[in-house]
Ligand binder design. Structure first.
Ligand code: NBG
Length: 800
């Protein structure tokens, strides 16, 4: 069949396509089909519609000899894809109708899809938003990552404690990937390096094959489709027949099992030493496979390697793919015979690096023992790169090879054409702190690209009620050009329009309350303020500041229940890395506090606390449209950007937050009067840390804080084990690196301002609506345009 002749989609032919796939792709009759079969059949029918633009995009790239962008990332937190596809192809009405004709509920079918949790948090979700924007902008691009069999662990609670179990998204059938057995590369590890006659050769001692799985990513209106290519690890010789014939079945199967470990699990961040070597293997595995693939494609079009920087832009998403530097130099020098300096120059012309955190513990380093054992040739090349850089910059004092470590941040910086931060504040701090010296040597290299989020997922599809109102008001041009939301501003003055805006939020809240009742057995009042903090659990994000404020509020409400309090439901969600015990204590504390507060008949109509398990993209899509207040309360200087903050503002939840990450730019955009600012700024934080006993002083100065901490310490929330939180209390009283105590008083003040503002519902609706109208700048389309112009030198290809 000529795919170009697929008819335009009506509900009728979508229904026929679903039935055809049900029969011919899955061998099921409608009578026998389970929900998963229907979901797969619908997905295939939708996927068919992407293939045409996928082929034409590829063709266009080759015809125009376009520069391609390659986004290398350990994580792509793509979540569910079916609705994304339906929305971007604008098949919602047809899909609803087709399923209805088949006697099926649209939402139930969509909800059957597993949430592909192939990331920890913001870094991975950003990569997923970027892929969608790259397609929307018709920028030729491929995302490269790992096809983890087990994504981020599944979280549940037992007695309030986090329990982890394996994520098994691939146990269900996955509709979106195309296996590419022909795209398979052999990746080496270990072994030895020999130099003879001026040539160096690396002979690895171990090999693992990387096999490609491609997922099409359709942009808005389905006009352009790029590829997400994920690598799966396979043994070169899957089966040892000799052992099998001897009856040693375990040994016979061992090569495959061993190889597969490489793509088996996504590492939770912030964990400790265990698995370090395996993680380095993962990093090299996917990076090396991506580079081979990139060069194969380049070789098929060009025969002059000096053209590489003009045709290839590689983005290193954090330092995880930093071995791309030495690996590309190795290929160009050892395998292709270019002089070392030239190999370095070409590699540097292609590579760019995004830094996503300044937290010292998150800046990757590898001990030279491990690095040299797995990648002996690369260690030599790193040293040569470092020498060359040192010679070219004699005033340099730093090296990428300090204390027997290989420092991936420095390596990435030195090997990059451009280095970018992810918000204005973060980029400034990069220049002043971790990369101060490199910035002095290369003042043109660091650029800022403030993060963004895709409006297709984070407004159009997750919040249909608000989207409908926006489209009714200003037309649907905002979906592809989010800055158009500004056109809503004049309507904010119209009381009737504000009522419609408020109605959308009320309906979203009622839906969330129903869902919480049905699935979690929780009863919450949808009239109350929904105050939401959802993100990975980390001390710098300060979920403990939030729960301490809840405790203090509860204590105060108990004393004066009739003081006109604004009813609130505090909603938390987030996973703690399994080895991060302090963060796990905070989860347990929040659950313990929730138990006591929610059982208190005197206060529970005014204050409730809820911790929803297993935070993921799907849960975020459910919570954000129903939020009234967005908690973005990190210690200033620690949150590189945040992207949840943007999603909340866009969906009409004003922020209570510090001057950190992209909060700063959100406040500029939405207006200071529509943002609840509190706390120290980044310089204030640094100064405060120098004050001896800063935590004690803050606690002594604030009776509310002292009383809240005392309740945690005396077992009010853990009567069966009063000392359970001794460690948390000690940390906050003595050390308090993240300045929870020092920011508490101002946080309390800002929260009471929130109460007052929320009590005047019309005022609140105005603030919320202005947040929506002024968040257009946070589209990832704007961010990607910035990368294309300032980092990649890539162009949008003409769309018909
Ligand atoms: C995270 C930051 C966030 C930021 C995302 C995306 C890492 C290492 N960093 O603030 O903590 O929004 O990256 O840039 O996950």
């Amino acid at each position: 069949m000529n795919i170009a002749t697929l008819p335009t989609v009506s509900a009728g032919n979508l229904r026929d396509a679903i039935l055809a796939h049900l029969a011919y792709s899955f061998g099921k009759s409608p009578e026998a089909a389970q929900i998963e079969d229907w979901r797969m059949a619908l997905s295939y029918a939708v996927r068919d519609r992407m293939v045409e633009s996928w082929f034409s995009a590829t063709r266009r790239c080759y015809e125009q000899k376009a520069k391609r962008v390659y986004y290398l990332s350990m994580e792509f937190l793509i979540g569910r894809l079916l609705e994304d596809g339906i929305v971007n192809l604008r098949l919602q009405d047809q899909a609803h109708a087709a399923l209805a004709e088949l006697g099926l509920d649209y939402h139930a079918v969509l909800a059957d899809e597993p949430d592909a949790a192939l990331g920890n948090g913001g870094l991975g979700r950003l990569a997923a938003c970027f892929l969608e924007s790259l397609s929307t902008l018709a920028c030729p691009a491929i995302g490269y990552g790992i096809r983890y069999e087990h994504g981020l662990f599944r979280q549940s609670f037992r007695d309030g404690r986090q329990v982890e179990s394996p994520e098994t998204w691939l146990l269900q059938r996955h509709a979106w990937e195309f296996q590419r057995p022909e795209a398979r590369y052999r990746i080496g590890f270990g072994g030895e390096v020999k130099t003879a006659g001026g040539n160096t050769t690396w002979t690895p001692s171990e090999h693992i094959d990387a096999e490609a799985f491609d997922t099409p990513i359709a942009g808005w209106k389905g006009r352009w489709t790029n590829t997400l290519r994920l690598w799966s690890a396979k043994a070169p010789d899957p089966f040892d027949l000799e052992s099998f014939n001897r009856g040693d079945f375990a040994r016979a199967a061992a090569p495959e099992a061993l190889a597969r470990t490489i793509s088996r699990v996504l590492y939770p961040d912030d964990t400790t030493e265990q698995g370090k070597e395996l993680r380095l293997k993962q990093e090299f595995f996917f990076t090396a496979a991506a580079l081979r693939d990139i060069l194969r494609r380049f070789d098929s079009e060009y025969d002059d390697l000096s053209l590489l920087p003009a045709k290839v832009a590689i983005q290193l998403n954090d330092t995880h793919p930093a071995v791309a530097g030495p690996e590309l130099v190795r290929i160009l020098h050892d395998e292709r015979g270019l002089p070392f300096e030239e190999a370095m120059t070409i590699a540097r012309g292609c590579l760019n690096y995004t830094n996503h955190t300044l937290l010292p513990e998150a800046l990757e380093t590898w001990h030279e023992g491990v690095f040299g054992k797995l990648l002996p040739r690369h260690l030599q090349i790193v040293d040569r790169i470092d020498d060359a850089h040192g010679r070219a910059n004699p005033s340099r004092t730093l090296s990428m090879r300090a204390n027997h470590q290989v420092r991936m941040g420095e390596l990435s910086f030195v090997m990059a054409n451009r280095v970018n931060g992810v918000s204005a504040l973060h980029t400034g701090l990069m220049k002043d702190t971790v990369f101060a010296e490199l910035h002095r040597l290369h003042p043109e290299r660091i650029v800022n690209q403030t993060n963004g989020v895709t409006p297709r997922r984070w407004l159009l599809s997750c919040n249909p009620r608000l989207s409908r109102l926006v489209t009714d008001t200003i037309g649907d041009g905002w979906v592809g050009d989010l800055e158009k939301l500004r056109e809503l501003e004049p309507h904010v003055d119209d009381a009737g329009w504000r009522e419609r805006y408020a109605e959308a939020k009320r309906a979203n809240k009622a839906a969330l309350a129903r869902w919480m009742a049905d699935t979690q057995g929780l009863k919450v009042d949808p009239q109350a303020m929904f105050d939401v903090q959802i993100k990975r659990m980390h001390e710098y994000k300060r979920q403990h500041l939030n729960i301490l404020e809840a405790i203090a509020l509860w204590q105060e409400i108990s004393e004066t229940p009739d003081a006109g309090w604004t009813p609130r439901v505090k909603i938390f969600a987030g996973k703690a890395a399994p080895g991060y015990f302090f963060a796990k204590d905070i989860i347990r504390l929040i659950n313990d506090v929730a138990k006591v507060l929610n059982a208190d008949a005197r206060t529970r109509d005014l204050l409730q606390v809820v911790f929803l398990p297993n935070y993921n993209v799907t849960l975020a899509e459910r919570l954000i449209p129903a939020a009234d207040l967005s908690e973005q309360i990190s210690t200033a200087g620690k949150e590189a950007s945040g992207t949840g903050n943007m999603k909340f503002a866009l969906n009409g939840a004003p922020t209570i937050g510090t001057l950190d990450g992209a909060n700063v730019e959100i406040r500029e955009q939405v207006g200071a009067e529509n943002f609840f600012l509190f706390g120290m700024d980044a310089p204030g934080v640094m100064a405060r840390r120098e004050v001896p006993d800063h935590a004690r002083k803050a606690i002594d100065a604030d009776p509310r804080l002292s009383r809240a901490l005392a309740a945690v310490a005396d077992g009010t929330f853990s009567p069966d084990e009063p000392g359970r939180y001794a460690n948390v209390v000690a940390n906050l009283s003595d050390h308090d690196y993240f300045l929870v105590a020092s920011d508490f008083t101002d946080y309390w003040r800002a929260q009471r301002e929130v109460d007052t503002a929320f009590a005047d519902r019309d005022r609140w609706t105005r603030m919320a609506a202005l947040n929506t109208a002024r968040s257009g700048w946070f589209s990832s389309d704007r961010t990607i345009r910035g990368y294309m112009a300032d980092i990649w030198g890539a162009e949008s290809l003409q769309l018909d």
